[in-house]
Design a protein around this ligand. Structure first.
Ligand code: ADP
Length: 251
C-alpha cells in the first residue's frame, strides 16, 4: 500500500507594487518644522485594496503623496514597481505619475466643459491616445455610467461625478491607484457603491489600490488596513471587519 504524503505547501509571495522604507518627511524649517513622516515603512501588495488609517495629522496624506511621487522625501526610499523615485528628477516624476499612477481625490476634479465620457478618457487623450473600447465599456457598465456618458459634470450627482473620477483613474490601467478619502463627499449609499467598486477592481481586475480614509466602515472594504501613528506604521489588519478596525483604533 502506498502512503500518501502531503505535498509541501508553496509559499505564496505576492508582488509588491509600491514600497516605502524608513521615510522621513519634514515640512517647514527650524522651530516651525513638522515631521509628517518619521521612519514610515510600507509595502503595498499588487492586486489588493490597501487602506491607510490613523488620527488626523498622523501622516496619511503625506505617505500617499510620497508613494505617488507627488512629493519628495528627506530620507529613506520610495519605489513604484522597480523604479526608485528618489533617483527621478521633477520631470521624470511627473511622467511617472501620468503614465503609471491613477488618482481619485475627495474633490472630484472633473473638467466642467467636458462630458463624462470625455472626462474618463482624458488621461489618454492628453497623451494622444484613446481608451481601449472593451475596457472603457467594462468600466462604464460596472460603474453604472452608461446613460450618463453625454452629461457634463454639472448634470451629474455627486455619486455619479465620483464614479466618473474613479473610471478616469482606472482607464489607463495604472500600476497603482491612490484614493484620498474617496467617499468624503458622498452619502452612505453612494460611498458604499464606490467602495464596493474599488474592492471589485482589486479582486476581479487585479488593480492595485491604496486608499486613505478615517472611516472604519470604509477601511473594512479593504484587503488590509495599515495604521499610522505619529508618522510611522504602527500595525496592520488583514481582512478587517469594522469591529476589528474600531478595536485597533481604541487601543
Ligand atoms: P493626515 O493625512 O493623517 O491628516 P498629513 O499627512 O496631512 O496627515 O499631515 C501630517 C502632518 O504634516 C500634520 O501635522 C500636517 O499639519 C503637516 N503637513 C502636511 N502637509 C503640510 C504642508 N504642505 N506644509 C506644512 N505642514 C504640512
Amino acid at each position: 500500500m502506498t502512503t500518501l504524503t502531503t505535498p509541501p505547501i508553496p509559499t505564496l509571495s505576492r508582488t509588491i507594487a509600491a514600497r516605502a522604507v524608513d521615510v522621513v518627511k519634514t515640512y517647514g524649517r527650524g522651530d516651525t518644522a513638522v515631521r509628517a513622516l518619521d521612519g514610515a515603512s510600507l509595502e503595498v501588495e499588487a492586486g489588493r485594496l490597501t487602506a491607510i488609517m490613523g488620527p488626523s495629522g498622523s501622516g496619511k496624506s503625506t505617505l500617499m503623496h510620497v508613494l505617488a511621487g507627488l512629493d519628495d522625501v528627506d530620507s529613506g526610499s520610495v519605489h513604484v514597481g522597480h523604479t526608485d523615485l528618489s533617483r527621478l528628477g521633477e520631470k521624470a516624476r511627473t511622467l511617472l505619475r501620468r503614465q503609471r499612477i491613477g488618482f481619485v481625490f475627495q474633490a472630484f476634479n472633473l473638467v466642467p466643459a467636458l462630458t463624462a465620457a470625455e472626462n474618463i478618457a482624458l488621461p489618454l487623450t492628453l497623451a494622444g491616445g484613446r481608451p481601449d473600447p472593451a475596457w472603457m465599456d467594462q468600466l462604464v457598465d460596472t460603474l453604472g455610467l452608461r446613460d450618463r456618458l453625454d452629461h457634463r459634470p454639472s448634470g451629474l450627482s455627486g455619486g455619479q461625478q465620483q464614479r466618473v473620477a474613479a473610471a478616469r483613474a482606472l482607464v489607463t490601467c495604472p500600476e497603482v491607484v491612490f484614493a484620498d478619502e474617496p467617499t468624503g463627499n458622498l452619502d452612505t449609499r453612494h460611498g458604499r457603491a464606490l467602495l464596493g467598486f474599488l474592492r471589485e477592481a482589486a479582486r476581479d481586475l487585479g488593480q492595485t489600490i491604496v486608499m486613505v480614509t478615517h472611516d472604519p466602515a470604509a477601511a473594512a472594504y479593504a484587503d488590509r488596513v495599515v495604521f499610522l501613528i505619529d508618522g510611522r506604521v504602527a500595525g496592520d489588519l488583514v481582512d478587517p471587519t469594522v469591529a476589528a478596525v474600531l478595536d485597533r483604533m481604541g487601543e
